[in-house]
Every structure is written in C-alpha cells, then in structure tokens.
Write a protein that binds this ligand. Sequence first.
Ligand code: ADP
Ligand code: MG
Length: 309
Amino acid sequence: MTDRAKLTSQDRGYSPERRTEALIEALPYIQQFRGSIVVVKFGGNAMVDLNLSRTFAEDIVLLRSVGLKPVVVHGGGPQIGEMLARLGKTTEFRDGLRVTDAETLDVARMVLVGKVGRDIVGQINTHGAYAVGMSGEDGNLIEAVERHPDLGFVGDVVSVNPGIVERLLAEDLIPVISSIGSDASGQAFNINADTIAGAIAGALGAEKAIYLTDVPGLLLDIDDPTSLIARATIAELDAFVADGTITGGMLPKIGACVEAVRAGAKSAHMLDGRVPHVLLLELFTDAGIGTMITHLPATDLPMRETDTA
Ligand code: ADP
Ligand code: MG
C-alpha cells in the first residue's frame, strides 16, 4: 500500500459529506464518458516532477478503472537536450526546431522510447498491469515525412494507422506512445508530440484530446495568467494565430487541437499540468478548468467555472 493510501480521511481533513459529494458530483460525468477514448498529451513540468507524474499516473488509472479508454502521448524535448549535453553534442535550432542529424535522432529515439516512455509506463503499472509502451513506429502507427531537408530527421505526420492502438484498447490496456514516426522505408523521424496526439485523437474519433502544459491554458496575454480563454472555436483560434496572440510552443499545440477537432475529436483541452489531479478536475467535476476548444460554439454545455459571462 502506498503512503498516501494509508492516510485516513481524518488525516486529510475532509468531512465524510465532502468526500461523498465529490464522488456523487463525478457520477454524471462517469456515465457520460464511459467507453470514450481520451487522448492525453503529457508534457512540461508535470513530466519531470516526481509528485506530479505520480498523480498523473493515478488519474490515468482512475480513468481506465471507471470505464474510459485513456491513450497517453508524450514528448521529451528537455530530456533529449539534457542527454545531448551529457554526450557533449551540440545542436542547432531553426525556427524553434532542433536540427536533427542521424546521431541526434538516435539519441532522441533512445531517450523518448527507452527512458521517458518507460518511466511513464512504470508509474502507471505500479497500480496494476495496465500500460504498454510503444513508439509511433510500432504497427506503422505514425507514417511520417521529412519536414524540410535543412532540418534533418524532423518529421510531419502523413497518416495514422490506429489499428495497433485500437487493439490495445480492446484489451483494456493503456497505450503510452512516444513521439517518433517512420516512413515506408523504415526511416524514423522525430515529431512534435502535440502534433502526434492531435493526429491520433482525430484518427480514433476521441471524445477529448487533452494537453497538459505549463500554463493555465490559452492566454490572451501570455504575461497575465488571469487572461485565460475558457472556450474557443477553431475559427477563433485561426484569428489568434493570425494576430500573434499565439506564439512559440503554443503554435503546434493549437494546430494539433484544431487538427484533432477537425478530424473528429469532440473537443480539445489545454490544462495546467502543474495542478495535481488536473485531469480529474476537468473530466469529473463541474469546475471545467483550462481552455476548451470545439468546432462550433459549445452553447449546449454547462457553464465552466472559468466562464466570465
Ligand atoms: P509543452 O511542454 O506543454 O509542449 P511548450 O513550451 O511547448 O510546452 O508550450 C507552452 C508554452 O507556449 C507556454 O509556456 C508559453 O510560453 C507559450 N505560449 C505562447 N503563446 C501563448 C498563449 N497565448 N497562451 C499561453 N501560452 C502561450
Ligand atoms: Mg511543446
């Protein structure tokens, strides 16, 4: 038993009423989402903070235990950078993308598939035999193409063959996917994990594509954490990209959200991965935090705590 499980309700200071209220609040959401596929992109600080990666694993196992079908996608830019530095290998960035030669690709692939993915699988599987780690190369899941010759082995997604993921889900397993793809010749490519998560969510017709990141969500002013945009349609996002509200790492993330929703995911969400159990808060409570992205204005949905009007 974990130390946390040994805590009694008194230790946590919650009254029995509050504990049952929280469970009952979750009931309609559990009913609604039972059987639904939820693709979760894990990244940012949450991935390198041991406590947050533990609570993330608990959330994923809880999702599966109440009948949802979670799929985890992860990247690991900082971990790749760290390993390259340890090996004394310098790399160049162009437009925010790491120029990836054959050696750098090898390092990226080893770090993502052999270390970061393993760590996530290990965390989830402390709760039972649930997670299966895989590269986007497995079962030709992610078919890739070189983005630009100057960038080396940086890829774009051409198509997704979700069969291997569907088979794991049918067995009640939790796929944990590293952001590598390959082309027909078997050449591997490093691909932005946000993009892969969006493409997989679209191909699976997921209920939700959820992005855990280091900010409260999409912000109108990046320097003002209270300027959260609670909801946006994909048309509004196009305007935010055009007017420069969205920059940097938020660009591929928003692009992936739009792609996922266009391809058939019902909604995409950007959540603050620094908040413990943020997945449970979004899925199973009335709070509705972060940014929610839908095709059309989501007028039929209940109010979100972050709604201003
Ligand atoms: P992740 O590890 O989640 O992929 P990234 O650094 O790639 O993190 O992307 C998130 C970053 O995008 C934020 O930390 C922020 O610096 C940047 N960003 C750019 N524009 C915005 C915006 N409008 N709202 C929020 N974040 C933004
Ligand atoms: Mg990023």
